[in-house]
Design a binder for this molecule. Structure first.
Ligand code: TNX
Length: 472
């Protein structure tokens, strides 16, 4: 090592090899003794790039950043792990020069609809690290449960945390602030940034159960679905929540949701506070009020020196493009992607087809979602995303930060189901996010995937086996 800042990466390799493979290595900051030499060098290139060289008596990893050193170590770990089980490991000599295609390689987990808890999340973070994914988008609030302790408003977690999508009376489940800090640190050790989502103004039923005074009202099928944009106090309430949340996440990013408000904003019509707010601002449509609300909340967040992330509906609101990232999820609304690029927003691609992992992956799957009854999200479609789906003019825009898979959990009520929907599709996601289009090779991917499946077996993961698909 030519720099002590690489100790955490070296310790990570040591710990992982011991935990998963029973292999012991020593970590020593003395460069002369090193058999695995880590070196930070001054070299232009993208974040995360590294060189890995395996020679007869020495392995060296060089990179210009600590993340590159980490990814080099992960590649080494993969090579070791893919060896057949036995008493010794032998690696072929090689020279690898590697760099990621996209800087945003994300995975989103919805823990509102069903709560999985710390151990499962840490296992996921471990696999994300194995696959060099680097952004964990944590959907912590939604209609079925509020999963984040907020000290100023304790009922959010204590009352809003009660229930889930299948059982509205299940005891409260949520993360304490201590839990959050520990999970964030666990992710950080693996070069993963954690981004919380506090969804607004829609998908707010759980919060409104705890503090109904900030609810935008109910209509048939949508009970207290929105926060109340007609009440001045709503803005300070939500700002206080966001401030507290921001203190727990060092990412300088908060996802504010902004999705599917049109489903619930009909409840706003006729409410006195809202009528006044509309009149005062000369708004003619409820949509104007929606943009007003989102703009004001985005402002509050940006004032904290935090960037605002949002679903593609919010691309229609005029936000500061230097501090906004739009998540394009509705592949049936390509115009929202175009609008986002026109407005110079940064964009993460996570279209429902093929990147929603709550959608089934096999035509024989019986439970789970599919699009219009027919389309499902196969391993192959994920592997070939985005190149087969989007025009290269859009893909070449430097506003496209990368890609992300989202797993919504209305239909994912157990750890087994979560595993089944996630693995091995996460491997295809990772290769699409990391590997340049000219280097992608689907049959090679499928061949290499076999080794990953044995690793899942070792980790007790209940995965979908594409080589032996049953009906699930
Ligand atoms: C739409 S994606 C939603 C989620 C659902 C998901 C189910 C998005 C921004 N909103 O609230 O869980 O569809 O696939």
């Amino acid at each position: 090592m030519n720099d002590n800042s690489m100790l955490p990466q070296a310790n990570y390799l040591q710990m992982e090899l011991k935990r998963a493979d029973g292999i012991l290595i020593a970590v020593d900051p003395d460069e002369q003794k090193a058999q695995i030499d880590l070196k930070l060098v001054d070299k232009p290139g993208v974040n995360g790039a590294y060189d890995l060289k395996i020679e007869a008596n020495k392995i060296s990893i060089t990179a210009s950043g600590n993340d590159g050193i980490f990814y080099g170590l992960v590649s080494l770990m993969q090579l070791i792990r893919m060896q057949p089980a036995g008493n010794s490991v032998s690696l072929a000599a090689c020279e690898i020069a590697d760099a990621p295609r996209f800087q945003w390689r994300g995975f989103m987990l919805d823990e509102s609809r069903h709560f999985f808890g710390r151990e499962k999340v840490e296992q996921l973070l471990n696999w994300m690290a194995f696959y060099k994914l680097n952004k964990f988008h944590w959907h912590l609030t939604d209609d079925d449960g509020w999963r984040l302790e907020i000290k100023k408003y304790p009922r959010l977690a204590q009352v809003g945390g009660i229930g889930n999508h299948t059982d509205s009376l299940a005891p409260a489940k949520y993360y304490t602030q201590e839990d959050i800090k520990e999970i964030v640190a666990y992710a950080q050790d693996r070069f993963i940034t954690v981004i919380p989502e506090i969804d607004m103004p829609g998908h707010a039923t759980a919060a409104n159960k705890a503090y109904p005074e900030y609810s935008g009202g109910s209509i048939r099928n949508y009970e207290n679905y929105t926060f109340d944009p007609g009440n001045e106090k709503t803005y300070s309430y939500l700002t206080a929540i966001l401030k507290e949340a921001n203190g727990l996440f060092p990412s300088h990013m908060i996802h504010l949701g902004g999705d599917e408000v049109a489903l619930g904003n009909q409840a706003w019509a006729g409410r006195p506070g809202i009528k006044d707010m509309m009149a005062k601002n000369n708004f003619t449509a409820l949509e104007d009020l929606e943009h007003y609300f989102f703009n004001r909340m985005a402002d509050s967040v940006m004032k904290m020196n935090v960037n605002v992330l949002c679903w593609d509906e919010a691309a229609s609101t005029n936000l500061n493009p230097a501090k906004t990232i739009v998540f394009w999820w509705r592949q049936n609304f390509p115009s929202q992607l175009e609008l986002s690029l026109q407005k110079k927003y940064d964009v993460v691609l996570c279209p429902r087809l093929p990147l929603y992992f709550d959608f089934v992956q096999d035509k024989n799957n019986v439970s789970g979602r599919r699009w219009n009854g027919a389309y499902f999200n196969s391993l192959s479609n994920i592997y070939n995303f985005p190149d087969r789906q989007l025009p290269s003019a859009e893909l070449n825009s430097n506003l496209i930060l990368g890609i992300q898979a989202n797993i919504w959990t209305e239909t994912v009520g157990s750890e087994k189901r979560l595993d089944y929907m996630t693995y091995p599709r996460i491997a295809a996601l990772a290769e699409s996010a990391w590997t340049d289009r000219v280097l992608k090779n689907e049959s090679s991917f499928n061949e290499r995937l076999k080794a990953d499946l044995t690793l899942y077996d070792r980790d007790g993961i209940y995965y979908y086996n594409p080589f032996d698909p049953g009906a699930h």
